[in-house]
Design a protein around this ligand. Structure first.
Ligand code: C2E
Ligand code: MG
Ligand code: MG
Ligand code: MG
Length: 291
């Protein structure tokens, strides 16, 4: 204590640290209340399209938090807090339930003749470690009545690989519910190719950092090409995220990347606005009129 008091700089540093910790604690308390009440938390939906034509294939559900005093808190800020505190478990359950119900409503809006859409929901490592995960997922499927084949769970490469041995069994149990699995942010973690081969996953998502760098760097372009080829080899669907320019989209479709997601096609939207994708001519309607 004395040593700290003697050095003014150290003292100020400690005060700043203290303030940051208090701020984090208050954010954590607010998040806990927000999850309980449910009203500040909502789910945004970002379209995922088939390349090259841009036909709507599904949506990724992305959680949003409108804090009454702080405004919009970015997921990059509150998701890590939710992970450390375990709040990601009830938060993830909330998102999964809302996303499944939303998919049911949109499927009804599209009518029985339209191609089925999928809804993709993120799972973090902490959720994979939750004993109740299987029950939670089964509960959301049953309660909403969504066709499990329309639901995808995204787990990041690092979450999937961190306890790969134990995770494989859980992934097979999740698959047995009839849903699909996707590896998110692929290329940023350390995948063991032997595990990847044994994981019952259906798709890989190329991390947006590679896509962003693609037009500037041939190395990044080669990296994306290798990931796309790997997906083909493993007979997995491949989705590129973070597509912002027509040039990116062209490069990707030339590589035979099947699906894309990014601001070029559409930002994450509140459900009322995302519904425009479903009802607008250009999705199901135009396709029907062409055939
Ligand atoms: P992610 O799963 O990789 O999601 C993609 C992120 O890229 C989203 O950020 C999305 O808004 C953003 N994005 C989409 N298109 C573009 C683009 O063209 N350019 C750029 N620069 N970014 C784009 P967001 O919504 O801020 O979410 C960040 C991360 O937070 C997600 O990364 C995911 O890891 C996590 N997250 C979000 N919602 C949930 C959730 O419900 N549960 C869990 N466990 N994690 C979530
Ligand atoms: Mg994701
Ligand atoms: Mg991602
Ligand atoms: Mg990401």
């Amino acid at each position: 204590e004395r040593a700290v008091e003697a050095g003014g700089g150290t003292c100020r540093y400690d005060e700043t640290m203290h303030a940051a910790q208090l701020d984090r604690l208050s954010l954590e308390a607010d998040l806990r209340r927000a999850i309980d009440a449910g009203d500040q938390i909502w789910v945004a939906y970002q379209p995922i399209v088939a390349l090259p034509e841009g036909r709507l294939a599904g949506f990724e559900a992305l959680v949003r938090w409108d804090h009454p005093a702080r405004g919009k808190v970015p997921p990059g800020v509150f998701i890590p807090i939710a992970e450390v505190t375990g709040l990601i478990v009830p938060l993830g359950r909330l998102v999964l339930h809302r996303a499944c119900h939303q998919m049911v409503r949109w499927t009804a809006m599209r009518g029985p003749d339209a191609d089925p859409l999928f809804i993709s929901v993120n799972l973090s490592a902490r959720q994979l470690g939750d004993r109740d995960l299987l029950d939670t997922v089964a509960g959301a499927l049953a309660e909403s009545g969504v066709d499990p084949a329309q639901v995808k769970l995204e787990l990041t490469e690092s979450a999937a690989m961190s306890h790969a041995g134990e995770t494989i069994g859980l992934l097979w149990q999740l698959k047995a519910l009839g849903l699909r699995l996707s590896i998110d942010d692929f290329g940023t973690g350390y995948s063991s190719l032997s595990y990847l081969h044994r994981f019952p996953v259906d798709s890989l998502k190329v991390d947006q950092s590679f896509v962003a760098a693609m037009c500037r760097s041939t190395e990044s372009r080669d990296m994306v090409r290798i990931i796309v080829d790997l997906a083909h080899l493993l007979k997995l669907e491949i989705i590129a995220e973070g597509i912002e320019t027509a040039e990116d989209a062209k490069l990707l479709s030339d590589m035979a990347c099947g699906f894309g997601q990014g601001y070029l096609f559409g930002a994450p939207l509140p459900p009322q606005e995302a519904a425009g994708w479903i009802t607008a001519p250009g999705s199901a309607e135009r396709e029907k009129s062409l055939t």
